[in-house]
Design a binder for this molecule. Structure first.
Ligand code: TYD
Length: 203
């Protein structure tokens, strides 16, 4: 049995990527994964990562995120792919480059090296970036309690969005950018057309 297909969904908060990632996983009978917090250890790490009432340095933040990712890769993602299962993940290493690199200002070369340590060779076959303007995201975002990232200022989110677009240009052969401002159905149609060309294990 061949290795499963590995697909990552990325985008700023409220881009609609989680909805699309779950839908695609279900449609193709793939394993649905997400970061941060998709393992028992990750549940505890996620609590600290998102808790805005515990101030921490960007370095501490990224090391917690990478601990979560490394454990996730070793215990869930890599075993599933090796068994021939397709995996669709909601956020992966590009989130770290966009949020902690472009957003927080950590050195990108250092982040890439640290990310390599966390994921080894477990790279997505395709990354789908759902891109939306910041004011569309703001309108969609709930106005209730905010986590560490939701409470960051507008400039932070603008840098994250630009960071994603820069990554998409740099790795254009393995990234696909979708305009996320349309309806859920419109976005789904564009994604499904692109995904129809991939070699899924199931359906
Ligand atoms: P989550 O509640 O999962 O929301 P979302 O639907 O936006 O994915 O929150 C995850 C938050 O963690 C999100 O604001 C982005 C942030 N994050 C990083 O900053 N770096 C990372 O590497 C990852 C995986 C997430």
């Amino acid at each position: 049995m061949g290795r499963g297909l590995f697909l990552a969904f990325e985008g700023i908060d409220a881009s609609g990527k989680s909805t699309q990632a779950r839908r695609v996983a279900e449609l193709h009978d793939a394993h649905f994964a997400f970061e941060p917090g998709d393992t028992p250890l990750g549940v505890d790490l996620r609590r600290w990562i998102l808790d805005a009432s515990t101030p921490m340095s960007p370095e501490t933040e990224v090391l917690l995120l990478l601990s979560d990712r490394s454990h996730h890769v070793h215990t869930v993602i890599e075993p599933a792919l090796r068994q021939g299962r397709d995996v669709v993940i909601d956020r992966y290493f590009a989130s770290t480059l966009a949020y902690q690199g472009h957003g927080r200002g950590l050195d990108l070369a250092e982040l890439k090296a640290a990310t390599d340590l966390a994921i080894g060779t477990c790279l997505p076959d395709l990354t789908i970036l759902i891109d939306i303007e910041l004011d569309v995201a703001n309108e969609r975002r709930a106005r209730d309690a905010k986590d560490r990232f939701e409470s960051a200022d507008l400039d932070f989110h603008a840098r994250v969005r630009e960071g994603y677009l820069e990554l998409a240009r740099e790795f254009a052969d393995v990234w696909f950018v979708v305009d996320g401002s349309g309806s859920e159905e419109d976005v789904a149609r564009v994604i499904d057309e692109r995904l129809a060309t991939l070699d899924w294990s199931h359906g």
